[in-house]
Design a protein around this ligand. Structure first.
Ligand code: NAP
Length: 288
C-alpha cells in the first residue's frame, strides 16, 4: 500500500495525454520497496494550461520533481532555471528537479538507452557503426548517446530526409562522429550490412504495420534495438529475429531513464529489479 500523509513527498509526470504512462507504477513500486514516504502522480495538462501548471508546481513545497513527456519536452525549457549539459545538447527535458527553489532540467533518455543497450543487450557501441531509424526526439537522444559512447559512424534514416540530414550534421559537428542522413527510398543495403547495431526510434511496426523496405537486408550480423514495447514483441524486432538477428525492445530504456530520474530526485540507488517487475506486470495486465 502506498502511504500518503502530511509528510509525503511528491513527484509525477506531466504530459498530454498521460493515461497510458507506466511511470507511476514503476516509481511507486520503488518507493514502497525502500519504504519511502513518497508518491508519484500523473498530471494530464492541456497545452494552454502548461505554463501555469509549472508556475503552480513551483509553489508546492513538498514537490521534488516531475517527469515531462510529450508534447512538452521542448516547451518546458524556457520555464527552467538551468539545464544539464545533456539536456542542453538534446534541446529537450524529460526530468525536472525542484532544488532549493530552482528548477533544474535533465534528460535521462540517452542514459536510459545506453545502460539498457549495455546491460540488457550486452552491446558496447564503441568503435561500431550504427543505423538509427528516425530523427525525432528519441532518435536524437540515441544518436547523440551513441556518438558520446564512441560509435565509429552513424547512419540516420528518416521518413523526412531533411530532419535526418540535420541530425546527422549535429552529431558530426558537435561530437566529431561521422554521420549521414538518408530517407527510406535510398539504397541502404551496404549501410545495413556495415551496421552492427540498428535502432528503431519511430513508431514503425507498432502504431502502424509498416516495415521500411531496407529492412529486408537485415541478417544475423545485426543487433536490433527497438525503442517500442508492448506485451507482444514489436513487429520490426520480431521480423529481424526471423532473419537470424538478435535484439531487444525498449522496455529497458524506459526502466533505466526512470531509474536515473529516481536517483536525481531521491539521491538513492534505485531498486531496479523491483521497478522492472512492476513495469512487466503492468504491461502484461494492459495486454495491448
Ligand atoms: P517524435 O519526436 O514525434 O519522432 C517521431 C519519429 O518517428 C520521427 O522520426 C518521424 O518521422 C517518425 N515517424 C512517425 N510516424 C512514422 C511513420 N508512419 N512512418 C515512418 N516514420 C514515422 O517521437 P519520439 O519521442 O522520438 O518517439 C519515437 C518512438 O520512440 C515512439 O514509438 C516512442 O514510443 C518511442 N520511445 C520509446 C522510449 C523508451 O523509453 N523505450 C523513449 C522515447 C520514445 P518524421 O520526422 O518524418 O515525422
Amino acid at each position: 500500500m502506498v502511504k500518503i500523509n502530511g509528510r509525503t513527498k511528491l513527484v509525477g509526470i506531466v504530459g498530454d495525454p498521460v493515461a497510458h504512462t507506466l511511470s507511476p507504477v514503476m516509481h511507486n513500486a520503488a518507493f514502497q520497496a525502500l519504504d519511502l514516504n513518497w508518491s508519484y502522480l500523473p498530471f494530464h495538462v492541456e497545452e494552454d494550461g502548461f505554463n501555469d501548471f509549472i508556475k503552480w508546481a513551483t509553489t508546492i513545497e513538498n514537490l521534488v520533481g516531475l517527469n515531462v513527456t510529450m508534447p512538452y519536452k521542448e516547451k518546458v525549457k524556457p520555464l527552467l532555471d538551468e539545464l544539464t549539459p545533456q539536456a542542453e545538447i538534446l534541446g529537450a527535458v524529460n526530468t525536472i528537479h525542484f532544488q532549493e527553489g530552482r528548477l533544474i532540467g535533465h534528460n535521462t533518455d540517452g542514459r536510459g538507452f545506453l545502460v539498457s543497450l549495455k546491460k540488457d543487450g550486452r552491446r558496447d557501441p564503441s568503435g561500431k557503426r550504427a543505423l538509427v531509424i528516425g530523427a525525432g526526439g528519441a532518435a536524437k537522444s540515441v544518436a547523440i548517446s551513441l556518438a558520446i559512447a564512441g560509435a565509429k559512424e552513424i547512419f540516420i534514416v528518416n521518413r523526412t530526409k531533411d530532419k535526418a540530414g540535420r541530425l546527422a550534421e549535429l552529431v558530426a559537428k558537435s561530437f566529431n562522429c561521422p554521420a549521414f542522413g538518408f530517407d527510406f527510398s535510398d539504397d541502404l543495403k551496404e549501410r545495413v550490412q556495415a551496421s552492427e547495431l540498428i535502432v528503431n526510434a519511430t513508431p514503425l511496426g507498432m502504431l502502424t504495420n509498416e516495415v521500411p523496405q531496407f529492412f529486408e537486408h537485415v541478417t544475423e550480423k545485426n543487433f536490433v534495438y527497438d525503442l517500442t514495447y508492448s506485451p507482444k514483441e514489436p513487429k520490426l524486432l520480431s521480423l529481424a529475429k526471423s532473419k537470424g538477428a538478435s535484439g531487444i525492445d525498449g522496455i529497458g530504456m524506459l526502466l533505466y531513464q526512470g531509474a536515473a530520474a529516481f536517483e536525481i530526485w531521491a539521491h538513492l540507488d534505485p531498486p531496479v529489479s523491483v521497478m522492472k517487475r512492476a513495469l512487466m506486470d503492468s504491461l502484461k495486465k494492459k495486454g495491448v
